[in-house]
Design a protein around this ligand. Structure first.
Ligand SMILES: *Cc1c(COP(=O)(O)O)cnc(C)c1O
Length: 369
């Protein structure tokens, strides 16, 4: 009997870099300095260089990163309560919470049914006088950016914000996601492509005023010790997580390449109309945080794979507009988004998977009738 193939075996993922992670943790423990120190500064420098922005600001998690971006724009007078932010209807709840936490209004738009990504046409249709920004989400680790989206933002004087929680390392035309808009939020939740050993996040931007404002807001609103310019919050990236992230950042591109190899095996081998894959990209620059398949019989497929010893997850079972916390939207209709949430199933994916495991997954998917 074969072992179960986990959706994501974090123990194996971190075992790939165990020695460097252990050294990083030991270095911080020995240093006696645990917050806002040298590891944080070096990680911010290295991560900004990796993404290709002038600034990276470490913070507590990915939700905080996105929330801080819009809070800073409000402090800067770019946005005010009630202003509208265009966001895909098919995203993780955090993208939308970051907007409503600031008293801003999310305007949900449907994605393209084939790519599951937000479209320039639907963005343009949703723009009103109160629109201040477009938030794109590089969902599943696939690049959501298009030149047309930048052009629309320029034409209407809108900020372009990227939710890069699922796509660290993804490239668009030689540039990294996280450097394509005005600001980007990153999550280093343990299961993300660049994952910490706990909660962690960052904002990247090349806007120095925005960077300075976010840095203050994340540190109680203070730029100078015991002097508080804003009613800030406490959202810091701790030194242990920063040190672990530095160790893992050095391997991010090669870990992502391994994800692409697993995706290639799936693309080469899976041939079952009951498990539809997204279009295979021409240029291999997507980083496959998730490898989704879509099936009208999704729950049956999931049970079938479970019986074959293959663990899968659903990203995500209920769309944001159908959640209890957004009761006002429960009667809205987003058919494309609802179909995605009804049909999506995420196959096992990680840099620690072997070819044989990926082949076993593909064969099991193919044998589903
Ligand atoms: C994980 C995730 C977040 C939030 O990150 P946390 O670090 O868990 O707060 C935001 N957006 C998307 C798309 C995510 O996948």
């Amino acid at each position: 009997m074969n072992d179960t193939i986990k959706f994501l075996d974090l123990q194996k993922v971190n075992a790939l870099h165990k020695k460097e992670i252990d050294e990083a943790v030991a270095r911080v423990v020995a240093s006696g300095w645990y917050l806002l120190g040298g590891e944080n500064r070096e990680f911010e420098r290295e991560y900004a260089a990796f993404i290709g922005t002038e600034h990276a600001i470490g913070c507590g998690n990915g939700l905080d990163a996105l929330t801080l971006i819009m809070r800073a724009y409000m402090e800067m007078g770019v946005m005010a309560p009630g202003d509208e932010i265009i966001v895909p209807a098919n995203t993780y709840i955090a993208s939308i919470l970051a907007i409503t936490e600031n008293g801003l209004r999310p305007v949900l738009v449907e994605p393209d049914p084939l790519s599951c990504q937000i479209t320039p046409e639907n963005i343009e249709k949703a723009i009103t006088e109160r629109t201040k920004a477009v938030m794109i989400v590089h969902l599943y680790g696939l690049c959501a950016y298009r030149e047309e989206i930048s052009e629309i933002c320029r034409r209407h004087n809108l900020k372009l914000i990227e939710d890069n929680a699922q796509a660290h390392g993804c490239l668009y035309d030689g540039r990294r996601t996280g450097s394509l808009g005005d600001a980007a939020g990153h999550s280093f939740y343990p299961g993300k492509n660049l994952g910490a050993l706990g909660d962690a996040g960052a904002v990247t931007t090349s806007d120095s005023e925005l960077a300075e404002t976010i840095r203050a807001l994340a540190n109680y609103g203070s730029q100078k010790k015991y002097v508080f310019r804003y009613k800030g919050r406490n959202s810091r990236l701790d030194e242990i997580q920063a040190a672990v992230l530095r160790a893992k950042l050095a391997h991010l591109d090669s870990d992502n390449r391994r994800r692409m190899e697993i995706a290639d095996i799936y693309f080469d081998l899976i041939r079952n109309p009951e498990a539809r894959m997204l279009p295979r990209p021409e240029r291999g620059s997507d980083v496959y945080h998730i490898f989704p398949v879509f099936s009208a019989r999704r729950d049956e497929l999931q049970s079938y794979l479970a019986l074959s010893g293959i663990q899968t997850l659903i990203h995500y079972p209920i769309p944001p507009h159908r959640q209890e916390c957004y009761g006002d939207w429960n009667n809205l209709s987003f058919p494309v988004t609802e179909k995605i949430h009804r049909e999506e199933l995420s196959l096992p994916m990680s840099p620690a998977m072997t070819d044989d495991e990926a082949i076993r997954v593909a064969e099991a998917v193919n044998s589903f009738r």
